[in-house]
Write a protein that binds this ligand. Structure first.
Ligand code: FES
Ligand SMILES: [Fe+2]
Length: 425
């Protein structure tokens, strides 16, 4: 990986536009249990999923669990160089091996009849083994699934014949290498239960068409019109210019409150900034490089736009990364076990800290929609989602009417169909 990183840059070229049609996207994809079941059998059980952060299991025996739909997985550092993933289920009578969370173990003892397993999942000890008159097969073990790491994350795949992780992540793993995600620290970690389909939540972040509607304040600090959209085989991205006033804003020449806030965040007193509105973004880019140098961070592989903008990547099916030079926001949408009208939204933030500094790992917390504020922008984003889901279930509603700026939604739905019905359907 280090070899690949040398000289690697995030490409900025516009990708070829696939023809995706203009039809309504049937609403049943977001509301029906049948479609949910198809997604589970043919998509969720075939794709690479992020389980968690590799830095949460630094030592041999460290583990955490991760939940996806009806399943739970146990992620374990078996050796200094090897992380393994198992279904979190005991092969005796089906008890879960570990409750949700993280910890450390020399071996895994099931809390019911005390079957015990080694860190590689193999059987270690069965109490009263001679009473299993049929014999306890030697292969009685935790059921393992393919597991790999990239970007500081542990990934797993329920498909025993899964393609290699890096192949699945093509081309975005290469795109994101210059950021060095594995060097970032987790700064915030929450899960919110939302009353909507997991895709409705993905959709809420994969278009900027809604910015003029629900985030009017953001027009003061980003360009929601000149947004490059690139659709790849599975994954997609858009590049959102930041530190610039939207062409929709009443006075694009104004050094707005939004821009002043960004200057302040960059450690500059806005009163001392004498340039025009259009000069803020290049100024912020130069300033960010200076700050990186002062803090001993190598950002030489990032282009100038990456020093100010949001390179917003969607990793099919459920990871969104708002990437910036010193930080990235992480969203993960997880389907509910049984209900297409519910999902879990994992929101985390990561920061690249100055050389030699560390931050304590935040404690993960779980909430219901509306119990806590996620900040103004996220509260604006999440406000509509239960209403969207209710509306989608209405007899009056037929399906999603998608405009050109919203075409990442169409692309995601097309990719789901590639899994469900084959690319040659
Ligand atoms: S269910 Fe695990 S030991 Fe019986
Ligand atoms: Fe938004």
């Amino acid at each position: 990986m280090v070899q690949e990183r040398i000289g690697a840059r995030t490409p900025t070229e516009k990708a070829h536009e696939p023809a995706l049609g203009t039809e309504l996207i049937p609403k049943e994809r977001y509301t029906s249990k049948e479609f949910m079941q198809l997604e589970w059998e043919r998509m969720w059980t075939k794709v690479w999923n992020i389980a968690g952060r590799e830095s949460d299991i630094p030592n041999v025996g460290d583990y955490f669990t991760t939940e996806l739909g009806p399943e739970s997985f146990l992620i374990v550092r078996e050796t200094p160089d090897r992380v393994r993933a198992f279904y979190n289920v005991c092969p005796h009578r089906g008890n879960q091996i570990r409750n949700a969370g993280m910890g450390h173990a020399e071996s895994f003892q099931c809390a019911y009849h005390f079957f015990e397993f080694n860190l590689d999942g193999s059987k270690k000890f069965v109490p009263d083994e001679d009473t299993f008159t049929q014999g306890v097969p030697q292969e009685t073990a935790l059921v393992e699934v393919p597991c790999d790491t990239w970007g500081g994350f542990v990934w797993f795949n329920m498909n025993p014949d899964a393609e290699p992780l890096l192949e699945f992540l093509e081309p975005v793993a290469r795109h994101l290498e210059p950021y060095r995600f594995e060097e970032f620290s987790i700064m915030a970690d929450k899960t919110i239960e939302w009353d909507c389909n997991w895709k409705a939540s993905v959709d809420a972040f994969n278009e900027v068409y809604h910015v003029q509607g629900i985030h009017p304040q953001l027009l003061e600090g980003l360009d929601d019109i000149h947004v490059q959209i690139d659709l790849y085989e599975r994954h997609n991205r858009y590049l959102v210019p930041m530190g610039i006033v939207s062409p929709r804003y009443q006075n694009p020449e104004e050094v707005t409150d939004g821009l002043r806030g960004r200057l302040r965040n960059a450690g500059v007193d806005p009163a001392e900034f004498e340039g025009r509105s259009a000069e803020v973004r290049p100024f912020l880019q130069r300033r960010a490089r200076e700050l990186a140098e002062e803090q001993g961070m190598d950002v030489s592989a990032l282009n100038d736009d990456q020093m100010s903008d949001d390179y917003h990547y969607y990793l099919f099916p459920n990871i969104t990364l708002n990437t910036h030079h010193f930080s990235f926001g992480f969203f993960r949408q997880r389907p509910h076990a049984t209900d297409p009208n519910k999902m879990y939204f994992d929101i985390q933030s990561y920061a690249r800290l100055p050389a030699g500094t560390e931050a304590p790992r935040p404690v993960h917390t779980q909430h219901r929609h509306g119990d806590i504020s996620l900040g103004l922008v996220m509260d604006q984003d999440s406000y509509n989602l239960p209403r969207v889901q209710k509306g989608m279930n209405s007899r009056a509603y037929k399906g999603l009417l998608i405009n050109y700026r919203e075409r990442r939604i169409r692309h995601m739905n097309k990719t789901i169909d590639d899994y469900l019905f084959g690319p040659d359907r």
